[in-house]
Design a protein around this ligand. Sequence first.
Ligand code: HEC
Length: 229
Amino acid sequence: MNIAKALIFGGSALAISVLAGCKAGGENQGLEYAPQMYHSVAYEPLTQIKDESQGSWLSTREDGKGEFYNSNGYNPHGMNMREPVANTVPRNKQGYLPYRLKAFELEQAALIENPIESSEEVLKAGEALYLQYCNACHGKGGQGDGKAGEVIGGVANLTGGAYVNLPEGHIFHVITKGKGRMGAHGSQIPEESRWKIVHYVKQVIQGQTAAAPAATADSTMVAQATPAN
Ligand code: HEC
C-alpha cells in the first residue's frame, strides 16, 4: 500500500517537474508544440527575420532557408515594404496631399480653392453629408437652429451676416479643424466629402453660384496653398 502511494506521489512529482520544464519564462521561450502556428511566415512590412537559418530545423522551404526567415534581401534594411521615393509626399486614398495648415491658419486656408467641380451629383452628395454631419447643430437651412445647436448655443447662422461671404477654403478649414465652439470634423469626414459639403453650403444654403472651378481641378492646388511646415 505504502509502496503504491509512494509510486503515485513520486510519479506525479516527476510528471509535474517534467511538464514545468516546458514552461516559458525569462529568456526561455518554452517548448513549442506546432511552432508554425505561433510564428507567422507571412510577409510583414516592417518587422522581419533576417537570419536565414532561423527555423531551419523544421524548414520545408525549397530555397533551403529556415522556415522563419521572411526578409526581402533586395530592399533596404531587408524590409518587405519599399521605402517611399526620396523627396516625395504620399497622397491619401483619394489622391490628396496632406493638409498641413494648423487650426489658427485661417487666412492661408481661405486661399485654397475647391478642387472638385460642382455638379448636381456633388450637391446631392453634399446635402446628404450636410444632413449627416452639420444638421444637428446648424439646422437644415443652416440658420443655426439644429436640435443639438439649441443645447450647445452660439451656433453660427450660415445664412446671415459675414458668414455668407466666407471663402470656400475657410469653410473647408473650419470643418476640418473646427473653430471656437465647433469641434473638428477632419477625422470623421473624408477630404473629398468635406469639399462637397462646402459646395452645398455655398450654393444651396447660402444660395450663391458655384465659384469657377479651380484652374486645374487637382489636389496639387491644395498643396500650393499649403505651406510645408
Ligand atoms: C456640435 C455642433 C456643430 C456641428 C456638428 C457643426 N457645427 Fe459648425 N459651428 C458650430 C458652432 C457652435 C459654431 C460657432 C463657432 C464659434 O464661433 O465659436 C460653428 C461655426 C461654423 C462656421 C462659421 C465659422 C466661422 O468662421 O466663424 C461654419 C462655416 C460652420 N460652422 C460649418 C459647419 C459645417 C459645414 C458643419 C458640418 C460638417 C458643421 N459646421 C458642423 C457648431 C457645430
